[in-house]
Design a binder for this molecule. Structure first.
Ligand SMILES: [Zn+2]
Length: 270
């Protein structure tokens, strides 16, 4: 599903049918429908790279409108490819939160939007159908090796309480077509899930290894109880689709940052 581009001021986003059917407002935003000037055109969410803060603020407003929350309740952190998780209640100042370091945002307060930013790294959105609690996870290759999505699922279960029924969606990232790595990184990625190295690392003769991060993330999620039916793929390769996505691999320091976010829902627990 895609927002209409002829709607002025609408941030374009991809959705997971599974998360939508579970009642969660969420979005894997593309780079379209914002106001940032080149090379951050147009829906970018990072000021540290040189983008105009006023443009990023307008982009935040548009993203929040798409999610159905006030912009002040749309949170994301300064990501460092680690495991730190931040639980949000909606009372925090978003401009303070964005200076905090971490790679997972969580909340069980209805109306709080948990986000992550990416430009090749995989965004993963998690939700508990029972409590309405949610998490957003930033899993680049380092985070994937550290199994950040496993830690996030555990943290979400802990926050959600007994009887959690988790669902997840893995968003656009640099896919196996473009994710060429060195032997050391390939070996680390081959060893960080139950998928098996031969299933996730592809080596054509004479070429460097290509790695399928989506398959690793699916295996890691399966290890914490999210079977195949509870995990959605929102596909797209950031590196080979410059029209829809930012890509650090493709554009380096001149790459903008995509946003993915999910809004905590109402608890069904009395
Ligand atoms: Zn590609």
């Amino acid at each position: 599903m895609t927002a209409k581009l002829d709607d002025p001021g609408a941030a374009e986003a991809l959705e997971s049918p599974l998360l939508a059917a579970s009642g969660f407002s969420h979005a894997f935003f593309t780079r379209r429908g914002g106001v940032s000037a080149p090379p951050w055109d147009t829906l970018s969410f990072a000021v540290a790279l040189g983008d105009d803060p006023a443009a990023v603020r307008e982009n935040q407003e548009r993203a929040a409108r798409r999610l159905g929350v006030p912009a002040a309740r749309l949170y994301y952190l300064s990501q460092v490819h680690g495991l730190a998780a931040r639980v949000l209640t909606g009372d925090e100042d978003r401009d303070a939160v964005v200076r905090e370091v971490g790679d997972v945002t969580l909340s069980r307060v209805a109306g709080v939007a948990c986000g992550v930013r990416s430009a090749d790294c995989a965004p993963v959105l998690l939700a508990d159908r029972r409590s309405g609690a949610v998490a957003a996870v930033h899993s680049g290759w380092r985070g994937t090796v550290l199994r950040v999505v496993v830690e996030a699922a555990r943290a979400l279960r802990s926050l959600a309480g007994p009887g959690a029924e988790l669902v997840a969606a893995i968003g656009p990232h640099i896919e196996a077509c473009c994710f060429e790595v060195g032997e050391d990184v390939a070996a680390d990625l081959a060893a960080c899930s139950s998928a098996g190295g031969s299933a996730v690392v592809r080596v054509a003769s004479g070429a460097r290894p290509h790695v399928d991060v989506r398959r690793i993330l699916r295996a890691q999620l399966a290890e914490v109880g999210l079977d195949a039916a509870t995990v959605d793929d929102v596909s797209g390769c950031t590196a080979c689709d410059p029209v829809r996505f930012f890509s650090y691999r493709r554009d380096g320091q001149r790459s903008g940052r995509l946003l993915s976010a999910i809004v905590a829902g109402r608890s069904v627990i009395s």
